[in-house]
Design a protein around this ligand. Structure first.
Ligand SMILES: C[S@@+](CC[C@H](N)C(=O)[O-])C[C@H]1O[C@@H](n2cnc3c(N)ncnc32)[C@H](O)[C@@H]1O
Length: 232
């Protein structure tokens, strides 16, 4: 069946107009289409179908080992760097309550649209009830957060691009073009003081640990790793 035509929502369209890039945004029944015309990149954001939904279904991910330790009863997660919400959605899909923070207005609005579609779909509505999305700089949120309100605080700053390395997936290239890292080290220090049980940081496989602080545990894959800092 042919997909319905993409109809831009007025709020998202206005935000797209303020971007430095030549950006097209459209919404259809499947999600939000984002096209960076100047960089020739296009991707469809949806929590219900496509690559994000497919990835979130996998239960053997290192992200889940790092952040979703059932024996240690880690059920409330604060994701300081929501981005496209792939990691936050994955955690919510596997039962955790996740608060996602995103500083970039446009990225936040796209994820909010997909989250509304997730909530409106009877098959996925219960996952949406476990997700809260806020547009805020994580440093402001952390400064007003009490101790141990979240069991796990998760941080996934953008990796620096390597000229020699393979290009990241196109959705990550779009995110790289639209956003930047803000106050990451300060967020990390505050997270260590606020997390009830652990702080988890996603890093490139060979990158130094954030703030040069040695993690207590590490979950390693070929290109990335998760540094785990135990706070109790
Ligand atoms: C590498 S992406 C995260 C990808 C995300 N884990 C996912 O699954 O899609 C980093 C994101 O963090 C956001 N960010 C960077 N610094 C931030 C801050 N201080 N507060 C909130 N968001 C921040 C960026 O705007 C960007 O969208």
């Amino acid at each position: 069946m042919e997909a319905p035509p993409a109809v831009p929502a007025s709020g998202l369209l206005q935000l797209a107009c303020t971007s430095d890039h030549d950006l097209h945004i459209g919404i259809d029944a499947r999600g939000v289409e984002i096209e960076l015309v100047d960089l020739r990149l296009r991707f469809h954001h949806s929590f219900i179908s496509g690559p994000i939904a497919k990835r979130a279904r996998q239960s053997n991910q290192l992200l889940l080992k790092a952040c979703n330790n059932k024996q240690r009863n880690i059920s409330r997660v604060l994701d300081l760097t929501a981005g496209w919400g792939v990691d936050g959605y994955t955690l919510a899909r596997h039962g955790q309550a996740v608060t996602l923070l995103e500083q970039n207005e446009l990225v936040h609005a796209i994820v909010a649209q997909s989250l509304a579609q997730l909530a409106a779909n009877p098959a996925t509505a219960d996952i949406a009830t476990r997700m809260v999305l806020e547009q805020i700089d994580a440093i402001d949120y952390l400064q007003s957060l009490g101790e141990a309100e979240f069991d796990c605080i998760y941080l996934d700053p953008m990796f620096p691009g390597h000229k020699s390395g393979a290009k990241p997936a196109k959705e990550m290239q779009i995110l790289q073009a639209l956003t930047d890292n803000r106050n990451i080290e300060a967020c990390f220090q505050l997270a260590l003081a606020r997390a009830g049980k652990r702080v988890v940081v996603k890093r490139a496989a060979k990158a130094a640990p954030l703030g040069d602080r040695k993690p207590d545990l590490v979950q390693r894959a070929r290109t990335i790793r998760f540094d785990v800092y135990l706070t109790t």
